[in-house]
Design a protein around this ligand. Structure first.
Ligand SMILES: Nc1nc2c(c(=O)[nH]1)N[C@H]1C(S)=C(S)[C@@H](COP(=O)(O)OP(=O)(O)OC[C@H]3O[C@@H](n4cnc5c(=O)[nH]c(N)nc54)[C@H](O)[C@@H]3O)O[C@H]1N2
Ligand SMILES: Nc1nc2c(c(=O)[nH]1)N[C@H]1C(S)=C(S)[C@@H](COP(=O)(O)OP(=O)(O)OC[C@H]3O[C@@H](n4cnc5c(=O)[nH]c(N)nc54)[C@H](O)[C@@H]3O)O[C@H]1N2
Ligand code: SF4
Ligand SMILES: [Mo]
Length: 724
């Protein structure tokens, strides 16, 4: 479908108006009327195509969203709405959206559904959860939720129902990085890239994997503020392209590089001795530890010339404290990811950039309050999460999806037979899809709440159509955007809900009502927001006026006179708690295994026009990224006799897929890459079903040994030309 046809199909025929001047319809009527009376109403909302939650203004005419524009008052995204945010309109009007509750008819995954009324669906979901509890205790029911302002109600429901088993996207994403920075500085930092003079970008791709305001601020920093950007990535990403220096690092060797930076900074005494003395713990041990990690050693490992490593260490130190190793976000890459990111944190510790301009920033308060409740106690229940204590330092509320999945498959230590899933797609985002399918098959009953027939919904028993972000009322959420802001946002509907879609809150409230848990959901979202904003009563009105509420607060120097939330109460170059737990108190480098001959390491990563698995069926974005390809280095392709555009078969220890090769110099010769979210099993996602290849079918399910975060850069694959 072309862009034009898409608008026609969704009734948005006034295509001319889409490119026209931005008029603040309902927002500034009096003012705008003097110029021209806008034909539409303008309403504030917050984008939900990825976790960033950029502020937007929706232009609505005759109950139809015509265009989404950025909210210029929304500082976190610097008044930007990215390509995906603009295309949000095609998500709401996607003809493939779920329209009614559907009950599985045929075998699981066969795609036979029966439409049922909502009251029957709610009754059934409640009855099945009661059954699960009776047979297997409350912990026999697993809950999973994606990132969203509404997701907290899944957690609330699980708690009052009595299950400890809740997973989020976080153990497929960032927990190892969070762990590492938390265990160094006592909290997870924000990066002040805007004011930085030197940013070392390692294992992150900020100009494609958008994080606001960092992506925009980094551009400003390098173009206007004289900041130097150095990128280490086995791929020539857009970030690499805009960097002053790019090194196609050998995958899995970042720790050797970081420890060599530390080696130079320490041995050449390039640190601020007062900072080290007053604020850090373990400099002596670190000094001894890094002696073995010379630039020469690191160079042999990572492939970056030793003299460049030495030079970069000196440059970083010279720019400090307005210099940083960028903390990154997704750290689901290796089995020692926590320790790899600890090495990033330690270099930042040596640079003394904590709580300073151009360095790492502490969290600010936005003034939003939690809404408390007393969950009932169930005597007949399990003692802990199913994944508890299977890795040493899991986050209690996030758990580990991969450890949970293995535990469910093994009934270890107890059975789980019910699964409730909201706005997350583990069939598409957890590595080793076959195992997730096995997990699905083990369940007595799976309920999925989504806006689309994702692969997870496809494997469920009951599928409930959710309201999209432009249709629903959401609670308030506090956001921090580096130096840009600490702010509060909420969502109000900009259009009437389409079809029979309902918000998650109403679904949870309905199910709770059938289960004697109604008292825990006996409120409206508006009442909930009032409780959240009880300390900042003006906030709701300000959000109605501006689409966002700012709570101005101190940005730097928050830690002046404050102690760090670590065991030593200082920045831990040497981690005492790790030592007590028998973990390496300082990162110890183990060289990664090289792929055997004729095999490649598969890595994952982002494209600016794709969000994980949730945008490949978006008609507008599909035009820009119509399929995925296998990035294969030119030299490797020549050796294998594979030409650009040829069909190849990719085989891993766990799966096999076919797709077209993209022969390119933008990737190392030992590494391959493909985008995620293609080749869905679900035939009800017409643009992604049977299109390209599923990377999750190929990725093996290793995980970080400290946190249980997935490690998705550890799979080796073979690539062969597909003979027609
Ligand atoms: N192969 C591979 N795996 C990955 C990644 C990768 O890049 N490649 N990335 C990893 C990372 S960093 C993360 S954060 C995780 C993310 O993992 P997920 O949380 O699974 O993220 P998405 O793939 O975006 O899936 C979101 C689901 O929510 C649905 N959805 C979207 N909007 C709404 C809504 O308004 N209401 C409801 N009810 N549903 C909605 C979408 O249809 C989709 O099914 O994946 C991880 N796994
Ligand atoms: N457009 C867009 N933006 C997004 C998202 C999206 O789906 N689309 N998702 C959001 C989410 S949930 C997240 S978590 C963030 C993720 O944002 P980032 O953390 O920046 O993650 P990735 O894009 O996965 O970037 C990881 C990069 O590491 C490279 N790499 C692989 N192996 C190695 C290695 O051993 N060493 C080094 N140095 N590099 C390596 C990969 O090639 C890849 O380019 O993006 C967010 N923003
Ligand atoms: S970065 Fe793009 S997709 Fe993500 S919230 Fe912002 S506008 Fe939406
Ligand atoms: Mo993520």
């Amino acid at each position: 479908m072309s862009r034009r046809d898409f608008f026609r199909a969704s009734g948005l025929v006034a295509a001319g108006a889409l490119g026209g001047p931005v008029l603040l319809g309902g927002l500034k009527k009096a003012h705008a009327a003097a110029v021209v009376e806008p034909a539409w109403d303008s309403r504030f909302s917050v984008c939900d195509i990825c976790f960033n939650k950029c502020g937007l203004i929706a232009h609505v005419e005759d109950g139809v969203v015509r265009k989404l524009d950025p909210n210029p008052k929304f500082l976190k995204s610097r008044g930007m709405l990215c390509a995906r945010g603009n295309a949000g309109i095609a998500q709401v009007y996607d003809p493939d959206r779920l329209k009614h509750p559907l009950l599985r008819k045929g075998a699981r995954g066969e795609g036979k559904w029966q439409r049922i009324p909502w009251d029957e669906a709610i009754d059934m979901a409640a009855q099945k959860m009661e059954e699960t509890r009776r047979k297997y205790t409350s912990c026999g029911q697993l809950f999973s939720a994606g990132t969203d302002l509404h997701s907290q109600f899944v957690g609330r429901f699980a708690e009052v129902y009595g299950s400890f088993n809740v997973t989020s996207h976080e153990s497929l994403c960032l927990v190892s990085g969070s762990r590492a920075f938390l265990d160094t500085f006592g909290e997870v930092p924000f990066a002040d890239v805007l004011n930085s003079k030197y940013v070392m970008m390692v294992g992150a791709n900020r100009f494609e994997a958008l994080v606001t305001p960092d992506s925009i601020d980094l551009m400003t920093a390098i173009r206007e503020n004289g900041c130097k950007l150095v990128t280490l990535d086995p791929r020539y990403t857009k970030t690499a392209a805009l960097s002053h220096e790019w090194y196609p690092v050998r995958p899995g060797t970042d720790m050797a590089f970081m420890l060599a930076l530390a080696h130079v900074i320490i041995n050449e005494q390039l640190f601020d001795p007062r900072w080290i003395e007053e604020k850090t713990y373990g400099m002596e041990q670190l000094t001894e530890h890094v002696q073995q990690y010379t630039p020469g050693f690191a160079s042999e490992q990572c492939g970056i010339p030793a003299e460049d490593i030495t030079r970069m260490a000196r440059e970083l130190a010279a720019a400090a404290p307005a210099a940083m190793v960028y903390p990154g976000r997704r750290t689901s890459d290796y089995e020692d990811s926590t320790q790899i990111r600890r090495s990033f944190a330690i270099v930042n510790g040596l640079l003394g950039n904590w709580d300073k301009p151009g360095g790492l920033l502490a969290a600010r308060q936005v003034g939003l309050k939690g809404v408390s409740y007393d969950a009932p106690w169930y005597d007949e229940n399990q003692e802990d999460r199913i994944d508890a204590e299977k890795v040493p330092m899991m986050f209690e509320h996030e758990g580990s999806f991969l450890v949970t999945r293995d535990s469910v498959l093994a009934d270890d230590p107890y059975p789980i037979r019910g699964w409730f899933i909201y706005k997350t797609n583990p069939m598409g985002t957890a590595p080793n899809r076959k195992k997730t399918m096995e997990m699905m098959n083990k369940m007595d009953f799976v309920t999925v709440v989504d806006i689309a027939m994702s692969d997870t919904a496809w494997m469920a028993d009951l599928v409930l159509p959710s309201q999209s972000y432009l249709e629903r009322t959401d609670p308030c959420s506090g956001l921090q955007g580096s130096v840009a802001c600490a702010c509060v946002v909420k969502r109000d509907p900009v259009i009437e809900p389409l079809y029979e879609s309902k918000p998650l809150f109403e679904i949870m409230k309905g199910i709770a009502g059938k289960m004697d848990l109604g008292e825990y959901f006996d409120f409206t979202i508006e009442e909930y927001r009032e409780k959240q904003t009880r300390d900042i009563p003006e906030a709701l009105g300000v959000m109605d006026r501006d689409g966002v509420y700012y709570n101005p607060s101190k940005v730097y120097g928050i830690y002046d006179g404050r102690i760090y939330k670590t065991l030593s109460k200082k920045v831990e170059l040497y981690n005492q708690r790790y030592e007590q737990m028998g973990l390496d108190p300082m990162p110890v480098y183990t060289p990664p295994v090289n792929p055997p001959k004729n095999q490649f390491r598969m890595v994952i990563g982002r494209n600016a026009m794709v969000t994980q698995t949730s945008t490949n069926n978006n008609a507008l974005l599909h035009e820009m990224v119509p399929t995925n390809t296998l990035w294969l280095n030119t030299e490797s392709a020549r050796e294998l006799g594979i030409a650009d555009g040829e069909l190849v078969e990719v085989t891993s220890p766990v799966g096999r897929q076919e797709l077209k090769a993209e022969v390119t110099d933008k990737i190392r010769s030992d590494t391959v890459f493909m985008l995620s979210g293609f080749n869905t099993l679900s035939t009800m996602q017409h643009l992604s079903h049977g299109n390209g290849a599923s990377i999750n079918e190929l990725l093996d399910d290793d995980y970080d040994v400290v946190t249980g975060n997935a490690s998705m850069h550890t799979t080796f694959v073979t690539v062969t030309r597909k003979v027609a």
